[in-house]
Ligand binder design. Structure first.
Ligand code: MG
Length: 163
């Protein structure tokens, strides 16, 4: 078993929706980012890469690479999962926390859980989505941006069994 942790922050900018955990939610702002700026999937990718000892998301999807401009972060996650699969890792479970004053995550939580479970090729019971505000404190509290944290457990598949 291997554990990994990831964290990500993005500032709000012009726009009318934000993508979080693969689900696009209407909002009074968008997100400034090279990709779609999905903080939850970016934190998740970093947790997956960290658990596998494969560096971080910036190494695999550099801002300087036009290939990832405006990228759907579900594609980044699929790419990371392919790297892990090639190394005989599967996901045990994942726990994500989204930090934002707005938009409120509650009504999207189950869709996020389903989306993340599909991306990680696990059952929904293996994925947990939590959300919190920062009680009005700091950049999140002032509504300048949002953040996410993720923890994942990777399991090593027996090479014999995976042949
Ligand atoms: Mg990011």
């Amino acid at each position: 078993m291997r554990i990994g942790f990831g964290t990500d922050v993005h500032a709000f900018g012009p726009g009318d929706s934000v993508a979080v955990a693969g689900v696009r939610m209407p909002h009074s702002r968008g997100v400034l980012a090279h990709s779609d700026g999905d903080v939850a999937l970016h934190a998740l990718c970093d947790a997956l890469l960290g658990a596998a000892g494969l560096g971080d998301i910036g190494m695999h999807f550099p801002d300087s690479d036009p290939k990832w401009k405006g990228a759907d972060s579900r594609e980044l996650t699929r790419h990371v999962m392919a790297l892990l699969g090639a190394r005989h890792y599967v996901v045990g479970n994942a726990d994500l926390t989204i930090l934002a004053e707005a938009p409120r995550i509650g009504r999207y939580r189950e869709e996020m859980r389903r989306t993340v479970a599909q991306l990680l090729a696990v059952g929904e019971q293996q994925v947990n989505i939590k959300a919190t505000t920062t009680e009005g404190l700091g950049f999140i509290g002032r509504g300048e941006g949002l953040a996410a944290q993720a923890v994942v457990l990777l399991l090593e598949v027996e090479r014999e069994a995976s042949r």
